[in-house]
Design a protein around this ligand. Structure first.
Ligand code: HPA
Length: 271
């Protein structure tokens, strides 16, 4: 695997001289953030050597790279049938390209009843409920250690700075614990009750493997969930991907503002 990672890193380096320090993964419905990135080199996933190929027909996937940011517009999910090894690939490429901070975004169901659909929540921790640990398999020592510490994946120091900074823009950013289910079915009301008892505020089907791969590689993680619906049994509505996409569209402006503020902060942090 390490040879493949290096091959991809070389391929990307041939296409651009930029060496950004921030990686971003855009969740469902957030692709328009990518269009705000100035002067970026754009590579379709399908053209990137060794990159996972999306199984979804018509699924767009592209990597945008500029001076400061490497942005994945389109993510790979466990429920699509990718192995965890495949999901780790882009994060490991980021590591070897010199990425120091990874901003992960996703659409999530709200378990915490203080949340409102359309609201963006800062992830403070996660619960891996996907049924496997994404790092199972031979460890790649060049990337990280066998038994990585996950006690501060979503760096508390950075979170504090983000909250203070967006407050100036009038946004009171809430924090929450994100619990990842494998999907693709949404959860049952009983599962959401369980999630709540276990300490979850948000549920979703992504992000946790990415956060673990980043932590393993020594990359600091910042996570945002856009609450697109209240979770099963809390919501009066039937859950649907259409609702998720519609609500994401409504909350988009807000999360893009928060992302821009976050990027400013991260660019000014010491490494
Ligand atoms: N559950 C899981 N994933 C989701 C949800 C949800 O309610 N909403 C958006 N992604």
């Amino acid at each position: 695997m390490i040879e493949k990672i290096k091959e991809t890193v070389e391929f990307i380096k041939q296409k651009t001289n930029y060496s950004p320090k921030i990686g971003i993964i855009l969740g469902s419905g957030l692709g328009s953030f990518a269009d705000t990135l100035k002067d970026s080199v754009i590579l379709d996933y399908k053209d990137i050597v060794n990159f996972p190929k999306s199984s979804v027909v018509g699924h767009k996937g592209r990597l945008l790279i500029n001076k400061d940011i490497l942005c994945m517009d389109g993510r790979f999910h466990y429920y699509e049938g990718f192995t965890m090894q495949e999901l780790s690939f882009p994060i490991r490429v980021m590591k070897m390209l010199g990425i120091k901070y990874l901003i992960i975004t996703n659409a999530a169901g709200g378990v915490n009843e203080d949340y409102l659909p359309g609201e963006t929540v800062l992830i403070k921790d996660h619960i891996n409920f996907m049924g496997t640990n994404p790092l199972i398999g031979k460890n790649i020592d060049e990337i990280g250690e066998r038994f990585p510490d996950l006690s501060d994946v979503y760096s508390k120091d950075v979170r504090e700075k983000i909250k203070i900074n967006v407050k100036e823009g009038g946004i009171n950013l809430k924090e929450g614990v994100y619990m990842a289910f494998s999907g693709p079915s949404y959860e049952t009301p009983a599962e959401i009750k369980m999630a709540k008892i276990l300490g979850a505020d948000l549920v979703g089907m992504s992000s946790v493997p990415e956060a673990i791969f980043a932590a393993h590689a020594g990359i600091k993680v910042i996570g945002f969930s856009l609450v697109t619906n209240m979770a099963a049994g809390i919501s009066k509505n039937k859950l649907s991907h259409t609702e998720v996409i519609e609500t994401a569209a409504k909350g988009k402006e807000n999360i893009i503002y928060i992302l821009e503020k976050t990027i400013d902060i991260v660019l000014n942090l010491e490494e």
